[in-house]
Design a protein around this ligand. Structure first.
Ligand code: PHB
Ligand code: FE
Length: 324
């Protein structure tokens, strides 16, 4: 094993806390996050680290791998979760630096939430586009617990149905984003036959998305068995590199996203540029990270099945959406 190098982080100067879970420990100073494990220390820019951590927390470790970058990340086993350093990077594996430790999901989640609470300074919103937030840098200065605790919207049936997630409007605090000022805000008129009131619903989907106040944070607008429609608005870079454990569909609803596709050992495979109207299916054995030059609308179509991993393992369903 190569030598273990540790940077000196002086909490008495920066004002931040150190966090420990298992054999991992986390420190921050004015510009960087320092992640220590028995095989050494890894350093990340603090803004990237906090944006990625925010997604991992908000999505409950998500589907499969949440790679903060090519080196550090988590792998969800639904109930327990691996935290790794280098285990998804061929060179780290070859040089025997790769390290993985397993945690009960609620234990790691508790620590991750505490890090966010202590390390996010007043004015920095890890969910916001860089142009719409203050900065992550500097010594400890307040917190943004109200922002980092916000729950993502999850419909039980469909947004706007009685008792379900509400439509977004100026009245409930969702104004139209600067990039979507031209989006029509008319709502459809619903005339249900007698007996079907409360069962029939429709809403202006583009209007709904134009009012999203976060980036790279899919909400769930409709649920049909395991079919989840998860639209989101995107600007700048997806703060994580997602390694799914099942296939997933992308429908580009407006503007453009450039997707970098890698394999699970961090080798680049493809670049996919999606323009308004394009549809793509991402296989479950790759990683993808998007870049959106201007705020855009994306519909992520997920299969929420708890059985699908077992079905992939025993060959009932393939890891790819189409076999040629
Ligand atoms: C994805 O990993 O598929 C993903 C995550 C967040 C987004 C969009 C796509 O906002
Ligand atoms: Fe994904």
């Amino acid at each position: 094993m190569t030598s273990v190098i540790k940077a000196t982080v002086d909490n008495s100067v920066s004002g931040y806390q150190t966090f420990t879970v298992g054999t991992f420990s986390f420190n921050r100073d004015e510009y960087f996050a320092y992640i220590n494990c028995p095989n050494g220390e890894y350093v990340m820019s603090i803004d990237d680290f906090l944006r990625a951590l925010m997604r991992d927390v908000a999505w409950g470790f998500f589907y499969g791998t949440v790679a903060f970058d090519d080196v550090f990340g988590t792998i969800n086993h639904y109930g327990n979760v691996d935290m790794y350093m280098g285990a998804q990077h061929q060179d780290w594996i070859v040089s025997e630096r790769a390290y993985t430790e397993n945690f009960k999901s609620d234990v790691l989640m508790g620590v991750f939430k505490s890090i966010l609470s202590d390390w996010v300074n007043e004015g920095f919103d890890p969910f916001a586009a860089p142009q719409e937030t203050g900065l992550a840098w500097g010594r400890k200065n307040g917190n943004e617990d109200a922002l980092i605790d916000r729950q993502r919207e999850v419909a039980k049936r469909m947004v706007g149905m009685p008792g379900d997630a509400p439509l977004r409007s100026d009245e409930n605090g969702y104004s139209v984003n600067r990039a979507f000022a031209d989006v029509d805000q008319e709502q459809p008129i619903i005339e249900a036959m007698p007996g079907f009131e409360g069962e029939l619903s429709a809403f202006n989907f583009f209007g709904y998305l134009s009012r999203s106040d976060v980036t790279w944070n899919p909400s769930v607008v409709s649920v049909v068995r395991q079919s989840l429609f998860c639209p989101t608005t995107e600007e700048y870079i997806l703060p994580i590199d997602h390694g799914n454990d099942r296939c997933e569909w992308f429908l580009q609803m407006s503007d453009e996203i450039i997707w970098d596709i890698k394999d699970k050992e961090s080798h680049p495979i493809a670049t996919v540029t999606m323009r308004a109207g394009d549809v793509s299916a991402m296989p479950g054995d790759i990683r993808h990270q998007g870049q959106s030059p201007k705020r855009s609308m994306l519909l992520v179509w997920e299969n929420g099945s708890p059985e699908i991993l077992e079905m992939i393992r025993n060959g009932t369903v393939p890891m790819v959406p189409v076999e040629f």
